[in-house]
Design a protein around this ligand. Structure first.
Ligand code: PPS
Ligand code: MG
Length: 603
């Protein structure tokens, strides 16, 4: 069990450490220097409690006395030797092996702020509230004038730290002392709110316990303490490889019952993906270069699973069946991609602002592996395709982020975010937008119907499949990629049915979404022999269609079975349409298949 202190700041930081009086042992240092990029690991003694902070702008004067502009411990030396930090300073506080076999930790701004800091548990990482905490943001530039600490030591003379209201004004009200000495009378102030808004997980005033204390099962959980956790990323959003997740699909909530709609509170979170816009704009990536889409794919998976885990009740076990795992990323040569994913994910989280969480590279790998579940017939499992239609994504055409929830082998809810699909009908435009608002979010809860809303958050509207009952008026969707569907078979089915319109070819589960709102009447999917369908390619799409009043079956008319694990073991193909057309469609499908089999094996 260890503490690893890392300095990601662009300047030297001098960590200071103070063990509590009742600590059974001290750490092996009370103060040292960390150059930019440097880190130091120390054993974490059983039962240790104390605090750790970063000193900045330190120097030794001609008389040999060491002092710092912020976080100074007054020892006159590099080591703090039992002295505390002079406020303001961001503090990481620990009590290891506390009650119930738990470690308790927090990042506190109660004594003010001097630099961004993050504490990330690593290793065991179990417990209801075992998660990274800290303050990622650089508050020195934003600090209210009456709290700001300026120093000539700072380049440009800007603020180097930000005082707490208690320190700045000394009143009982801000310090939670005297008659304000209890949680009922000492309330958040406008000043504590400034800190809380910027850093929701950090302590902002003395009685801010409810949202600020974190706990991990003691076991062998180690802790990473990082100064300036996001390095340049906070400032360089959009530059570099130019990937920014914008917009957001609203996901989540796994209340024990699938309560209709509770998982679609307005503006919940992320997964909207605007990455491909940047890919196209950057123009430098050749189409053959798969790395941007790879980064986006993994990034999307991590962000969705993060939101699911954060919003799920702590007691429920988390299981997710998702397309990606970390195997490729652990191989030699994948370092750069892993670096890019880490940066993309952390930038997105900072930008979104809902969570103060920072992912290390190891954290990224293990978060991806959250998606390794096998699913199956019992329990609840999330099913995720982080970017469905990767080819469409690269082309700037249709793709979808597809999330579903399986309960006892049945799909009970589905969300389909289609960032490039117009909010209005696509009619016969072969997937192009008809000029109106782009970005559609489909959702469906079992027994409650299906809806669409704009990805930017317009009110949701109920949708239903079209009511065409004459195949002559019908059009059909199929894969954009010729290699994904047997086009002579789908052509022959359409012909037998009497469909006149040419096929509408679009990528991804956007087809299910478009079908569910009546843009077309039929979806035909007949992969080449031997191709095994994955559940994440159909779970969300199929419930959106069935809740919109449609039917989704295999080529024999059987419902899709999502209870068999990661694959949908089925016969031949998948068809979807409305109830009126299904009987004649099934007949056409079976006739066409029979005909094809006869042609393949003539007597
Ligand atoms: N050979 C073959 N046959 C059938 N299907 C395949 C095949 N290969 C892949 N896939 C899966 O198809 C997903 C893309 O969906 P579509 O085929 O509907 O769209 S597209 O035409 O490929 O754009 C695509 O999803 P993503 O990998 O998430 O993009 C694949 O899971
Ligand atoms: Mg897919």
């Amino acid at each position: 069990k260890t503490f690893t202190v890392t300095n990601n700041c662009g300047y030297t930081v001098w960590p200071g450490i103070l063990s509590a009086g009742n600590s059974p042992a001290a750490l092996d240092s009370t103060g040292f220097a960390l150059a930019p990029g440097e880190s130091r690991t120390m054993p974490a003694p059983h039962g240790w409690s104390g605090r750790l902070w970063g000193r900045t702008f330190c120097s030794t004067d001609p008389a040999g006395r060491f002092a710092c502009a912020t976080g100074d411990c007054g020892s006159g030396r590099l080591d703090c030797a039992g002295n505390a930090a002079k406020p303001p300073a961001t503090l990481a506080e620990f009590t290891l092996d506390g009650s119930g076999g738990m470690d308790f930790y927090d990042v506190s701004l109660v004594d003010g702020y001097n630099l961004p800091m993050l504490v990330t548990p690593r290793g065991g990482v179990t417990g209801e509230n075992c998660a990274p905490t800290g303050c990622m943001v650089d508050l020195n530039g934003k600090c209210p004038a009456e709290l700001s600490v300026a120093s000539p030591a700072a380049a440009g003379g800007g603020g180097v730290a930000c005082k707490s209201a208690c320190e700045a004004f000394g009143s009982a009200q801000y310090c939670c002392s005297g008659e304000y000495g209890n949680p009922n009378t000492c309330r958040p102030s406008a000043y504590s709110q400034f800190f809380k808004n910027a850093c929701p997980r950090a302590y902002s005033y003395a009685y801010d316990d409810a949202t600020s204390t974190f706990t991990c099962a003691s076991g062998d959980t180690s802790y990473d303490i990082t100064f300036c956790p996001s390095t340049a990323s906070v400032k360089s959003v959009g530059s570099d490889h130019g990937m920014v997740y914008a917009g957001g699909a609203q996901l989540v909530s796994s209340s024990p019952r699938v309560a209709a709609k509770t998982w679609l509170p307005p503006g919940v979170i992320v997964v909207g993906v605007a990455v491909q816009k940047d890919i196209l704009q950057s123009g430098v990536q050749s189409k053959a270069d798969q790395s941007p889409v790879t980064v986006a794919d993994y990034g999307s998976q991590i962000l969705v699973s993060l939101v699911l885990k954060m919003e799920a009740p702590a007691s429920s076990s988390f299981s997710m069946v998702a397309e990606e795992d970390s195997e490729e990323l652990r191989k030699e040569g994948a370092e750069e991609i892993l670096e890019n994913i880490t940066e993309l994910v952390n930038e997105t989280i900072v930008d979104d602002g809902t969570y103060s969480i920072y992912f290390s590279k190891e954290g990224i790998l293990s978060a991806i592996d959250d998606g390794k579940s096998e699913g199956g017939p019992s329990g609840r499992h999330w099913v995720l395709d982080p970017i469905d239609g990767t080819k469409g994504f690269l082309r700037g055409d249709q793709y979808a982020i597809a999330l579903a929830l399986l309960d006892e082998g049945k799909v009970v809810l589905g969300v389909l975010a289609c960032p490039n699909l117009s909010l209005g009908s696509i009619g016969n435009l072969n997937g192009g937008s008809s000029g109106d608002q782009v970005g559609a979010l489909f959702s469906a809860t079992i027994g409650c119907g299906a809806e669409v809303e704009s990805l930017q958050g317009s009110p949701a509207q109920k949708i239903s499949v079209c009511s065409i009952d004459n195949p002559v008026e019908a059009s059909f969707f199929e894969s954009y990629e010729g290699a994904h569907s047997l086009r002579d078979l789908t052509g022959s089915i359409a012909e037998k049915l009497g469909v006149q319109a040419p096929p509408v070819r679009i990528d991804s589960q956007a087809k299910y979404g478009a079908l569910a709102r009546g843009d077309g009447a039929i979806y035909l999917r007949f992969p080449h022999k031997g191709y095994r369908e994955k559940i994440w390619d159909h779970a969300a799409g199929s419930i959106v269609v069935t809740e919109a009043g449609g039917l989704v079956t295999d080529a024999s008319g059987n419902d899709l079975d999502f209870s068999k694990g990661r694959f949908l073991d089925l016969d031949t193909g998948i068809i979807a349409t409305n109830k009126q057309l299904m009987p004649s469609l099934l007949k056409a499908v079976q006739d066409a298949i029979k005909e094809q089999n006869q042609a393949a094996s003539p007597l």
